[in-house]
Design a protein around this ligand. Structure first.
Ligand SMILES: [Zn+2]
Length: 323
């Protein structure tokens, strides 16, 4: 049976806010919304530059609101994890009292029927504020802000952390599921093309040479031994989620008698200086259900490859076998 696999990519980053947005975010921690004067206008959120002329603005800040008027809005009926609220709400352009431009933010009105252009809203603040636009939890109908005891940030807010994330689902084919099951059992599942006799790793499901579908009837168990055709020594750079601290190798393993080269595999118990092309290796699997300390990026129960101790393969063309 085919299904889907859900994946999430998260990209954390940090940005410096500068003197204007920094001041705006600092004001948010104090439950204040701040704009900047530009000629006769007040711009909210504040900009560093006059949007009409590009001239740098003096840091002439002014508090606005706290209440304002909805200028336009759109209803979000099914919020995702990335939306500011976990129940239906409106994104709205809110022109705060004293401002000449509108701030886009969430309005938590309860239902779409409670929303209207021209309605009056006031901010609902979060109890814990850190200098982020979401310190302002949402606007709510009415004139009265919902505030909390306590002051703002002890230091001016200068940086902002943000996690950009995307979650997506991809369909898995029956071939991929059987390949994954084989991997759980400590087997490499391949597919052998009946026309060209090439073998492919299990999940692919077609021969790209002959353009035919490959299915269960073409499955073969691939050998557990192979030869290193290429390798990379990776020096880990620190980023969120990186657990490695020392340089480590990743090797390409050509499984014996097949057309399958498994890329970027873990090589076990070999110092980086000893890794070389032509080294004979064998797969090491965790037994079914066994909890092992293995690289979570590796598929199934494959822990990695260990040298077999057999003599090297000295074919000079090995290095060209990358896939
Ligand atoms: Zn073929």
């Amino acid at each position: 049976m085919a299904g889907t696999v859900e994946s999430t990519i998260k990209f954390p980053y940090k940005r410096s806010l500068g003197p204007v947005l920094g001041a705006f975010m600092t004001a948010l921690t104090e439950q204040r919304i701040m704009g900047i004067r530009s000629g006769g206008r007040v711009i909210v959120p504040p900009l560093e530059w006059d949007p009409d002329t590009g001239v740098e603005l003096a840091h002439d800040f002014v508090d606005v609101g706290p209440a304002g008027t909805v200028e336009s809005w759109t209803w979000v009926a099914k919020p995702t994890a990335q939306h500011p609220l976990d129940h239906p709400f409106a994104f709205a352009l809110v022109k705060l009292d004293g401002a000449d431009t509108a701030l886009m933010h969430a309005v938590d009105a309860g239902s779409i029927d409670a929303m209207s252009t021209g309605m009056r809203v006031a901010p609902r603040w979060k109890a814990e504020r850190k200098g982020h636009i979401t310190d302002l939890d949402a606007f709510v109908p009415g004139e009265t802000p919902e505030t909390h005891e306590g002051g703002g940030a002890e230091e001016p807010v200068t940086m902002m952390d943000y996690d950009a994330t995307i979650t997506y689902r991809i369909p898995t084919t029956a071939n991929q599921l059987r390949s994954d099951q084989a991997s759980e059992q400590g087997r490499f599942l391949g597919l052998k093309c009946p026309i060209c006799n090439r073998t492919y790793t299990g999940g692919r499901g077609y021969c790209p040479i002959d353009a035919i579908e490959l299915g269960e009837e073409h499955e073969v168990d691939l050998p557990q031994k192979g030869v290193i055709t290429n390798y990379t020594i990776i020096t880990p750079t620190p980023y969120p989620g990186q657990t490695a601290t020392e340089p480590f190798s990743r090797v390409h393993v050509w499984l014996d008698g097949t057309d399958v080269v498994l890329g970027y595999q873990t090589l076990l118990d070999v110092p980086n200086d000893d890794v070389h092309i032509g080294m004979r290796v064998e797969a090491v699997w965790a037994s079914e259900g066994e909890k092992v300390d293995k690289d979570p990026r590796m598929e199934g129960n494959l822990i990695g490859f260990l040298p077999t101790g057999e003599p090297d393969n000295t074919d000079p063309d090995l290095v060209n076998r990358l896939h």
